[in-house]
Design a protein around this ligand. Structure first.
Ligand code: 28F
Length: 666
């Protein structure tokens, strides 16, 4: 969107705020604007992955028609000019007047209003993947051109859009006899995705094929212009995907002839629909691994991939682990399997699980993890009995699988012992930053590293710590703001490379939680504006380059006290104003004045005070940093707004939130 236009929008909103437009007008103003202003909020970014999310949104709507039994064929076509078409032979998007916007057709509303494809509000669909994302109106907003054809009641209708705005009215192109359904043809907007952005044939091909595995009844036809296949000659110009064997076929394709531990794949689908949804699964084990990975688990909800895993995967793991343990007990191997964990059982597994449930909830930074707890029960209950039968009916396979899991457990324990020794010896070899005061404990269990602001605080922290389990890394001033820095700049930054060396970790894809040299990473900065800024810079760094550390719940903030309260020979500490008020009420008798001292910074505290208030696990409080999975898109956007380059977003954020700042207490 042109810069000037963006300012206009702000001016309009500001003007609106000042000249009290009614909310209705602002509502009308917005329409799809928020989508173009912050695409990251809706499709997780504007990179290649986000671009292909547009295709997912469109085909998911066709898949919903197929899963609901109204469509049997979907056609996907990538043209030489970069336009992508998806067509189904379903009922066709309704084109009558929309109940809420009588002047507009249902089609126009669904294409131009956010979240208007609301399939849950109607009983048109039992389950829907389409609303897992954000709906086709988002695709419309982010396309410089989009046209939709609806063949319904033997009439063909056409409507065109540019960047989400209708170009003319819906057109009736007359009678059509041999066709029904919906076709969407669109081109991603270079203003959003950049001039070089283009759909990749290989990715579209793989995504379309996966959909066919997930809905055995549907046939998906692929067509691609030869110009789009230059980079990937192994992708054909045309193909037909139709897999009656469902996930079992999918898994066979993935295995591509790999050796298996058991004689065959264990697969199935839930029998009766208990009203809680239905499940399909396929699992086998291979000693060859899957490329880089030891195991291969792919899960889906209403045909939508859930790369972040979730409760359905947990249900599968539970059923397999409990089933194998139960078999071991019956076979008199219970003792030998007591140390076997679900990770050991799933090591080498190639597993697919696909659930169909009514109201899926997704979590994770890109909303790609299923969080419905009923999905775990649904899958475990569906898989457990058939798995018990599978094991009982082929004891040879069952024993092979059991031995496999026991070997994995033994190996894991050996590896952990070796790693602990390596860690300690590596510390000697590893060029650790000189300023790191490391802890003496061998293993990482229950050890922690305090990242401390400034040398003076670092000094008293080194005296206050427990040498056996607590390491101190003093930082000089503010670290680089990674939100607006290139990877090259980040890798060249001395403070950040010292931090990574001390933690023993790599960045981004190189990050392995197992490499972490401590169990907890604690940010310990002054409780003032500078300290807060340094903490924000560090948290931004960890969020962007080692999110796994936060998701594992291993990043913390120390909570140094703001106040020291003394009455006679009683001294206690308060971490903030509210805590001080509470302690004044509950901890002191009426007799004698209570001295209130305020700590300006960590350096002001003597080691004994720092230890008891902030570092000693027995007496301190730590705040664990978490990503708000409920609405992680907000986290994504908030980090971008507060730490990113687009100052106008910060301006708007401060404007919107300024009124909540309490200036009285300054
Ligand atoms: C290429 C993309 O989007 N296909 C679609 C339908 C069919 C219906 C529908 C869609 C909003 C609230 C229902 C028709 N008749 N392909 C597609 N096919 N949306 S999107 O309805 C959306 C309404 O609930 C449809 C009867 N019921 C539903």
């Amino acid at each position: 969107m042109a810069q000037s236009k963006k300012k206009d929008l702000f001016q309009d909103k500001k003007a609106a705020a000042e000249s009290n437009y009614s909310a209705k007008d602002i509502e009308v103003l917005e329409g799809l604007e928020p989508v173009r202003l912050r695409p990251g909020m809706y499709i997780g970014g504007t990179d290649d992955r986000a671009l292909h999310h547009l295709f997912a949104e469109v085909i998911d709507n066709s898949m919903d028609e197929a899963v609901a039994g109204h469509a049997s064929r979907i056609e996907v076509e990538l043209d030489a000019d970069g336009f992508l078409s998806v067509m189904d032979n379903g009922r066709g998007i309704p084109i009558g007047p929309h109940p809420k916007f009588p002047k507009k057709s249902a089609l126009e509303v669904i294409m131009t209003e956010l979240h208007s494809g609301g399939k849950f509000s109607s009983d048109a669909y039992e389950t829907s993947g389409g609303l897992h994302g954000v709906g086709v109106s988002v695709v419309n907003a982010l396309s410089d051109f989009l046209e939709v054809e609806v063949a319904r009641n033997k009439e063909l209708h056409l409507m065109k859009f540019e960047r989400g705005k209708p170009i003319g009215k819906i057109k009736n192109l007359g009678t059509i006899n041999n066709r029904r359904g919906t076709k969407v043809r669109f081109h991603p907007d270079a203003e959003i995705f950049g001039p070089k952005a283009a759909f990749r044939a290989a990715k579209l091909f793989t995504m379309a094929r996966a959909k066919a595995y997930l809905q055995p009844g549907v046939e998906i036809r692929w067509k691609c212009a030869p110009e789009k296949l230059k980079m990937t000659p192994d992708i054909p110009e045309t193909a037909v995907f139709h897999f009656p064997g469902g996930l079992s076929d999918y898994l066979k394709e993935t295995l591509a002839g790999k050796a298996q531990i058991t004689s065959d794949i264990f697969s199935g689908r839930s029998k009766k629909d208990t009203g809680h949804g239905r499940v399909e699964w396929a699992i086998t084990w291979s000693p060859e691994g899957y490329g880089e990975a030891d195991s291969f688990v792919r899960s889906y909800c209403n045909t939508v991939p859930t790369p972040g895993g979730g409760t359905h995967e947990a249900g599968l793991r539970a059923a397999i682990t409990k089933g194998l343990r139960a078999y071991a007990d019956i076979a008199g191997m219970g003792k030998k399997t007591s140390h076997v964990t679900p990770d050991d059982v799933m090591f080498g597994a190639g597993a697919l699980v696909s659930v169909f449930i009514k109201s899926p909830e997704f979590q994770g930074q890109t909303k790609d993890r299923l969080s419905n707890s009923e999905a775990a029960r649904l899958v475990e209950n569906a898989v457990r009995d058939p798995f018990d039968h599978y094991l009982a009916s082929s004891p040879k396979d069952a024993n092979l699988l059991l031995e496999w899991a026991i070997e994995r457990a033994d190996e894991r324990i050996k590896r952990r012992k070796a790693r602990d020794v390596k860690r300690k010896s590596a510390t000697k070899k590893l060029r650790l930053p000189g300023k790191l005061a490391d802890c003496s404990r061998k293993g990482s269990e229950d050890t922690e590293i305090f990242i401390v602001e400034g040398d003076s605080a670092g000094g008293s922290a080194k005296q206050a710590r427990s040498r056996e389990t607590q390491a101190i890394l003093p930082l000089k001033g503010k670290i680089l703001n990674v939100e607006s820095a290139t990877m090259a700049k980040i890798q060249a930054n001395a403070e950040i490379s010292d931090l990574c060396t001390a933690l023993g970790i790599g960045l981004g894809k190189k990050f392995e939680l197992d490499d972490l040299r401590y169990e907890r990473v604690v940010i310990m900065t002054d409780a003032d504006v500078d300290g807060a800024h340094i903490a924000a810079l560090l948290i931004t760094f960890f969020y962007r380059y080692t999110p796994g550390l936060i998701e594992a719940g291993q990043l913390y903030m120390a909570m140094p006290p703001l106040y020291k309260l003394t009455q006679g020979n009683k001294t206690i500490y308060a971490i903030d104003d509210a805590h001080r008020a509470e302690l004044m009420e509950t901890e002191f008798t009426g007799k004698g004045k209570v001295e209130v001292g305020r700590f300006k910074g960590l350096g002001e505290m003597n080691p004994a005070q720092l230890k008891v208030t902030t570092m000693n696990p027995a007496t301190r409080t730590l705040a664990r940093i978490t990503i708000d999975n409920e609405d992680a898109m907000t986290t994504e956007s908030l980090v971008e707004t507060l730490m990113g380059k687009k100052s106008e977003l910060r301006y708007e954020y401060i404007q919107e939130h300024a009124q909540f700042v309490d200036v009285s207490g300054v």
